[in-house]
Design a protein around this ligand. Structure first.
Ligand SMILES: NC(=O)c1ccc[n+]([C@@H]2O[C@H](COP(=O)([O-])OP(=O)(O)OC[C@H]3O[C@@H](n4cnc5c(N)ncnc54)[C@H](O)[C@@H]3O)[C@@H](O)[C@H]2O)c1
Length: 344
């Protein structure tokens, strides 16, 4: 029989909760001990489903439940205070994206985790998609040569109704932005991960062009200039007619790598073609509320996260990594708000 290495409490039992709870209940060495939501009906329903305790106050859960890890699945403005409170109580943390809203809060999250010798992980599950892996491996092996330039396009659909149903989305104080920090963040993060260089500057525009009831941007475009000279242009809107497959293209010395949705195609200059394959046996039932654009890779990141923790190693996507993406996202907002180039 396999022993339990980690006992987990999950904070936030909303949309993304099943993408954490289902993988956790499939990992033999991990046990869900507690769930927490300020909406008591959600906390009760989750505790019944996963046969564990429930709380409506996260501090009480952290202080009293028999847990050593916390997953944070709450609105963006709560990620930093929850993460810092958990770290001070010596709990390991895995937070949903974005790490937080403000870069300086992300720095505090990393510092507090370090000071208290706990692991801090950040969910960017799309690293684990087959398409992302194919491109990353071919970049690392040198098969693509250097990236010369990159572009990314995210055109999704988030209606006024989507925003009116939420008590935190569409606001600067609780969501911290709109299409950039919530939807396009995954794609911008992938581009940064692929290019794998420090950023020199970000120059972006943000605006609300089609929504009536939100404070935040529903469109953004700009460029991220990396210190290795790659210029990565991006365009994102969330007033499109449907959730169109995300597009990333990396124009490289020896090939052009394209990702459409989760599928990657690499067209080498010599005519060779490599394509990623999806594996249908990997799909799991995540419940009725599952959205296909979340992909199915939460389980891969969460499994690797706990494998690393069990070996006393740092999480595969840790706070230090998350800081870099957070800084890029914050710079896009800073640039867009003042219409100025932001140098790093
Ligand atoms: N990785 C992905 O692909 C992905 C997809 C969707 C959402 N997310 C992220 O997951 C997080 C949650 O998003 P969601 O769509 O599930 O939101 P949601 O609104 O559906 O759920 C959030 C839950 O947190 C609860 N909550 C709020 N404040 C709380 C508090 N102080 N204590 C305890 N519970 C509290 C709410 O009552 C709600 O049930 C966000 O960071 C979001 O960006 C990630």
């Amino acid at each position: 029989m396999v022993g339990i290495n980690f006992k987990v409490g999950i904070i936030g039992c909303g949309n993304i909760f099943p993408m954490h709870a289902i993988p956790l209940s499939n990992i033999e060495t991990v046990e869900i001990k507690a769930v927490c939501d300020i909406k008591e009906d959600r906390a009760i329903a989750a505790s019944k489903e996963y046969n564990c305790e429930y709380y409506t106050d996260y501090k009480q859960m952290i202080d009293t439940a028999d847990i050593d890890c916390v997953h944070i699945c709450t609105p963006h403005y709560m990620h930093a205070p929850m993460s810092i409170y958990a770290a001070k109580a010596k709990k390991h943390i895995l937070t949903e994206k974005p790490m937080t809203i403000e870069y300086h809060d992300a720095v505090s999250m990393v510092e507090t985790a370090k000071q208290n010798d706990v692991a801090l992980g950040v969910i960017f599950q799309n690293h684990y998609n087959h398409g992302s892996q194919l491109i990353k491996k071919n970049l690392e092996s040198g098969a693509l040569g250097k990236i010369i330039s990159a572009k990314a396009i995210v055109t999704w659909k988030r209606t006024d109704e989507y925003y009116s149903k939420s008590d935190w989305k569409g606001t600067w104080d609780k969501e911290g932005g709109g299409v950039v920090i919530d939807q396009a963040i995954h794609t911008l993060d992938l581009v940064r991960w692929f290019v794998d260089s420090e950023i020199e500057y970000v120059d972006a525009q943000i605006s609300n062009r089609a929504h009536n009831i939100i404070q935040v941007e529903d469109s953004a475009e700009g460029v991220i200039k990396f210190k290795n000279n790659v210029l990565a242009g991006f365009y994102t809107i969330n007033y499109y007619g449907y959730d169109a497959p995300v597009e990333i293209e990396l124009y490289c010395e020896k090939a052009t790598a394209k990702m459409v949705g989760n599928k990657a195609t690499i067209l080498f200059n010599d005519g060779k073609i490599l394509e990623s394959k999806e594996d249908n046996s990997e799909s799991m039932y995540y419940g009725k509320s599952y959205k296909s654009y979340w992909g199915i890779s939460h389980i891969k990141q969460i499994t690797e996260h706990y494998n690393m923790l069990a070996q006393n190693k740092k999480p595969p996507i840790d706070g230090e990594y998350g800081l870099k993406t957070q800084r890029m996202i914050s710079a896009i907002y800073n640039s867009g708000k003042v219409s100025k180039r932001i140098y790093f």
